[in-house]
Design a protein around this ligand. Sequence first.
Ligand code: FNR
Length: 368
Amino acid sequence: EMPLLEQCYNLLDFEGVAKRVMKKTAWGYYSSAADDEITLRENQTAFQRIWFRPKILVDVSKVDFSTTMLGTKVDIPFYVTATALGKLGHVEGEVVLTRASARHNVIQMIPTLASCSFDEIMDAADADQVQWLQLYVNKDRAITKKIVEHAEKRGCKGLFITVDAPQLGRREKDMRLKFVDEGSNVQKGSGEKTDNSQGAARAISSFIDPGLCWDDIPWFKSITKMPIVLKGVQRVEDVLRAVEVGCAGVVLSNHGGRQLDFARSGIEVLAETMPVLKKMGLEKKIEVYIDGGVRRATDIIKALCLGAKGVGIGRPFLYAMSAYGQEGVERAMQLLKDEMEMNMRLIGARTIEELNEGMVDARGLFQH
Ligand code: FNR
């Protein structure tokens, strides 16, 4: 009764299958979001307020949508974003995503709260495969320093500091389904007891420092040569500040709707941000990424038209992994590549450089 992998025709199909076959607790953790999940839904609906203005009669016999992200050449402008607790969905955990990413020349962001150890995930990668580290900053900076230095030594090519989670959001679906510890390998504060009554997320996050602030950024720059990217920026003012303190990038993100409910979508914040950066001549100074609700290549194209360097994708790969393992994740990535090729042609763009804001009508984006 489980559909064949070939019967998944797009990324949303994997969600339907995952919901049916996953353990309730795992489904609860992956699919849940904060409070009334308004932001979770908005992440997808925001893309539906953008329409295309395709160019006609462009010779699109050849299209090439390869690009670079933080200096790394990639086949297609998306990366696998960091999502905690991979073993809830698949016995092997995050290494499944690592192997699928290798096949498609896609970058994987490794979560601090991975089920597999950091070294297991690095070891599962091909020699030339690029990975980034997502960092939750520990109250004990000595621990954080060790993690960062180790990641750099092992060859990580980017440090993504999560800045939208001084406290983990309240995900009620997850709480109701009562998390059972699945033997995860996450860094708990030493000797601290985990309290599972608040769901999976809260149980593992007590070490995160709510005191993290702008003054800490120079310290990060002093301990690593990896480019520093702030993940979870939600307003143009903070993008400008990130440029000022010398960040290599920002991810406009609301953590997949899992933190502050009524946070705006990344795509809307992008449309607020890029005109300001351009006006100030700063658009080459920082790479701007978005994540949240990206499910179709048309979503990727919309983001790139509006000035994003790339997009992160979270849940769809978790669902593909949980339902079908590595093959599922590979198919999800292939589907995106197929959609990308077709839609680049249909919009009249041969390369990523040819995508621009004139190819979208985003007037409705700010109308809620
Ligand atoms: C996340 N996300 C996340 N972000 C982060 O910085 N550290 C983390 O540990 C996690 N963990 C996590 C777990 C799960 C199950 C989900 C769904 C998400 C947020 C993630 O990186 C990204 O911002 C969103 O997932 C993007 O939205 P979509 O693609 O899931 O809609």
